[in-house]
Design a protein around this ligand. Structure first.
Ligand code: SAH
Length: 482
C-alpha cells in the first residue's frame, strides 16, 4: 500500500532536480549512517545529517526512486546532535557519526541488527540483549597508517586521504586513534624536515617515505613504529631511533594507566607503483620486529604485517560474550570457522577439549599457530583453506571428528558460503555461535540455519568501532531437538 501511494506522488522522479536547494527534515538513518528524509514522498540521502535535524540541503544527484543531497546548513538541530570533536571529521570520512551522540549511535546500531533480523531473516521474536558499548568511544584504535606527502608549499606533512581521493589532508591528532600517535608523527615529521628526508610523491613515484604506521599494545604499553619507504634505507636512521626512544607517552586520554614505550622501530620496503601500503620486506632499525599485547589472558605477537583486532578492549568483551554463549564445560569439540589469527579459537580452547580453526589466509594460520604455542595450548589445530572446502572434506574423512559440539562462525562481510552452512547442519552441533560484522548477511545465514533445525536463542550487538556505522554482533543458535 505504502509503495503505491509513493508512486502516485512521485512524478517520474522530478520532485527535485540537481542543484535545487531544499529545506527538509531528516527522519531516518541509512545503512552507512547517512540521514534520510522525504520531500513529497521522494527519498533523499543526506550525509552528515541525523534524524531530528531540519536542514537546508543542495540536491546533488537524482535517480528515479531516490537521490542524494549535500548538507548546507542545520536549521534546527536534532536533540541527538553533538559537536564533532575532530575539526576535519566531515572531510575525512573515516568517522561517519561524530556529529551524533554516542548513546544514539549505540541505539541505532542495535536497531540495525534487530531490523535486519526481522526484515531479511524474517524473525519475529528476537531475543536481543543490550548492546555492548565502549567506555570511551574515542582513541580506541591500536593501529594507524598515515600517508606522508608535501603540501602546496613543499612542506612535509602527514595525515589522511580526503574522501575518495589521494590528496593528503594534514592531521596528526585523529580522534579515534591512540593518543601516542601524535607525538610519534610529530617526531618523525620534524626529523624528516630537519634532515631533508623526502616524502613520497605518488604521481611521480619519487621520494622516500610513503607511510608512517604505528601499532600499540594497549595492555602491555609496547609501541611499534614502521616507516614504509620507497628505497633501501633511511639516512640518519639512528637519529630518528634515538629521538623516538626518548618519547615518554603516558596516556591519560583513554583511561589507561600505562606508560607507553617504543619497543620496535622497523622499515618496510615498498618500491612498487601501487596503492597497497605495505611491501613484504621488513628490517629492524631498533629493538624487536614485533610487539606483544593481551586480549584477556591470551598473549598475541604482532608484527608489522600481521592482522590484529584494532579495538582489543571491545574484542575482549565480544569474545567473552561468544564464550558465554558457547557455555563450554571442558569436554567439547569446537570448530572455529574463519578463525583469522586464532583469536576466538584460543579463547575457546581455554574451556574446550579440542578446537579446530579454519582460515583461508596462510599467513594468518601461521600467526594462529605461533599464538597457540606462545600461550602453551596443545588442544588447538589449524587448517589453511576455504572453510567451505576444508570443513566438508574433514567431515567426510575424519570419522572421529565428525562430531562438533559447538561451531563458531566469524565470516567476512559477505557471510558464509551455503556449502559450509550445509555441512555445519550435517555436523549437528548442539550450539552455533555466529559472530558477524554485517547484520544483513547474518540475517540471511541465520534464516538458513533456523529453517534446518536451529532456534535463535540470544543476540547481542557490540560496538567495536565508535563514530563509524559499523556494528558487530554475536548470536547463539541451539539445536531444537535437544
Ligand atoms: N575470527 C577472526 C577473524 C575473523 S575476520 C578473529 O577474531 O581474529 C574473517 C576471516 O575470514 C578473515 O581472517 C578472512 O581471511 C577469513 N576468510 C575469508 N573467507 C574465508 C573462507 N572462505 N574460508 C575461511 N576463511 C575465510
Amino acid at each position: 500500500m505504502a509503495g503505491k501511494k509513493k508512486n502516485q506522488i512521485l512524478p517520474e522522479g522530478n520532485v527535485c532536480k540537481k542543484n535545487d536547494i531544499l529545506i527538509m527534515e531528516i527522519t531516518d538513518m541509512g545503512a552507512q549512517g547517512e540521514g534520510i528524509g522525504r520531500v513529497e514522498g521522494y527519498t533523499l540521502f543526506v550525509k552528515d545529517a541525523i534524524p531530528g535535524d531540519v536542514a537546508r540541503v543542495c540536491v546533488m544527484k537524482t535517480k528515479k526512486r531516490f537521490g542524494y543531497a549535500r548538507l548546507l546548513e542545520i536549521l534546527t538541530p536534532s536533540n541527538d546532535r553533538v559537536e564533532p570533536c575532530c575539526p576535519v571529521a566531515r572531510q575525512c570520512g573515516g568517522c561517519q557519526l561524530q556529529h551524533c551522540s554516542y548513546q544514539r549511535q549505540l541505539l541505532w546500531k542495535q536497531e540495525k541488527v534487530r531490523n535486519c533480523l526481522s526484515r531479511i531473516g524474517g524473525f519475529t521474536e528476537i531475543p536481543m540483549e543490550p548492546i555492548i558499548g565502549m567506555d570511551n568511544p574515542y582513541h580506541y584504535r591500536n593501529k594507524a597508517q598515515f600517508p606522508v606527502g608535501t603540501d602546496s608549499s613543499g612542506r612535509i606533512i602527514a595525515g589522511f586521504y580526503a574522501s575518495r581521493t589521494h590528496n593528503i589532508i594534514e592531521h596528526t591528532d585523529c580522534a579515534i586513534q591512540h593518543p601516542c600517535n601524535r607525538k610519534i608523527l610529530d617526531t618523525v615529521l620534524e626529523f624528516m624536515r630537519g634532515y631533508r628526508i623526502s616524502a613520497y610523491d605518488e604521481e611521480k613515484h619519487t621520494g622516500l617515505v610513503r607511510h608512517i604506521l604505528t601499532r600499540v599494545g594497549v595492555v602491555t604499553g609496547e609501541v611499534m613504529v614502521c616507516l614504509v619507504i620507497n628505497g633501501e634505507s633511511l639516512p640518519f636512521s639512528n637519529v630518528l631511533a634515538e629521538r623516538l626512544m626518548k618519547l615518554s607517552m603516558q596516556n591519560t586520554e583513554s583511561g589507561e594507566n600505562v606508560e607507553f614505550r617504543i619497543k620496535s622501530i622497523v622499515l618496510n620496503k615498498n618500491t612498487d607503483r601501487t596503492n597497497v601500503i605495505l611491501g613484504s620486506k621488513v628490517t629492524v632499525l631498533y629493538g624487536q620486529e614485533y610487539i606483544d599485547d593481551w586480549i584477556g589472558d591470551i598473549r598475541y605477537r604482532i608484527s608489522p604485517l600481521s592482522f590484529f583486532q584494532v579495538n582489543p578492549r571491545q574484542t575482549k568483551r565480544l569474545y567473552e560474550t561468544a564464550l558465554e554463549y558457547a557455555d563450554l564445560h571442558g569436554g567439547e569439540i569446537v570448530w572455529d570457522l574463519y578463525c583469522g589469527i586464532g583469536t576466538i579459537s584460543l579463547f575457546l580452547a581455554q574451556k574446550a577439549a579440542k578446537v579446530f580453526g579454519v582460515e583461508i589466509v596462510p599467513q594468518a594460520v601461521e600467526d594462529a599457530k605461533r599464538n597457540a604455542a606462545l600461550n602453551h595450548f596443545d588442544n588447538v589445530e589449524f587448517f589453511a583453506g576455504a572453510a567451505e572446502e576444508i570443513v566438508p572434506q574433514q567431515y567426510e574423512m575424519r570419522i572421529e571428528n565428525r562430531r562438533a559440539d559447538v561451531v563458531t562462525l566469524d565470516p567476512p562481510r559477505k557471510g558464509c558460503d551455503e556449502k559450509l552452512l550445509q555441512t555445519v547442519v550435517q555436523m549437528e552441533p548442539e550450539k552455533i555461535v555466529y559472530i558477524s560484522c554485517n547484520p544483513a548477511t547474518l540475517a540471511r545465514d541465520l534464516r538458513y540455519l533456523c529453517d534446518r533445525g536451529y532456534g535463535l536463542k540470544r543476540v547481542r550487538a557490540c560496538d567495536m568501532f565508535g563514530q563509524s556505522y559499523h556494528v558487530e554482533s554475536v548470536t547463539l543458535l541451539q539445536r531444537k531437538d535437544i
